[in-house]
Design a protein around this ligand. Structure first.
Ligand SMILES: [Zn+2]
Length: 176
């Protein structure tokens, strides 16, 4: 083997080593959260509810199915879960997870059931929704991944969040 071949070989080995080192030290991004810190992937949890579309159709009404599984939106002022029902929680109609506390419900005047925050941080997760030429933050149930509605930043202080949720996919469970 010539001296030149040995030198070329050494250079290639060095370049490969540098490449491997760059890959190892590349900045890692948390796959769970997006740039805004909101959970952007379906949370892994032991009580996850996964069903086929046929199974969902059996347990949901056509309206509930079109919203929860088809990402639909109910008509505003359709009246479902708009009124104050006292102390309790609003549960997901798909999997019964408590999603919103009645005490955090407020009248936004929009015609949709509105809350200042979820029942707990791990009750919901978020997806950036760019449909209809808008950039909105979609809210999904953490247990069954069902579509619930959207969250906006024009709510009341201090958090200024407005969870605009389809009342059709919530069922009220009074506090015992
Ligand atoms: Zn659910």
């Amino acid at each position: 083997m010539t001296k030149l071949a040995l030198t070329v070989g050494a250079v290639i080995v060095a370049l490969v080593a540098v490449g491997a080192s760059l890959r190892t030290h590349a900045p890692t991004q948390n796959p769970q959260t997006g740039g805004n810190g909101l959970t952007q992937t379906s949370p892994k949890r032991p009580d996850k509810v996964v069903k086929t579309e046929e199974e969902w159709k059996k347990i949901l009404t056509p309206e509930q199915y079109s919203i929860l599984r088809g990402h639909g939106t109910e008509r505003p002022f359709c009246g479902i879960n708009l009124e104050d029902k006292g102390a309790g929680f609003y549960h997901c109609v798909g999997c019964d997870l408590p999603l919103f506390k009645a005490a955090r419900k407020f009248d936004s005047g929009t015609g949709w059931s509105s809350y200042t925050e979820p029942a707990s941080e791990d009750a919901v997760w978020y997806v950036t929704d760019t449909s209809y030429g808008m950039v909105r933050t979609e809210v999904r149930c953490a247990r069954c991944d069902g579509h619930l509605g959207h969250v906006f930043d024009d709510g009341p202080p201090p958090k200024r969040q407005r969870f605009c949720i389809n009342g059709t996919v919530l069922k009220f469970v009074p506090e015992k």
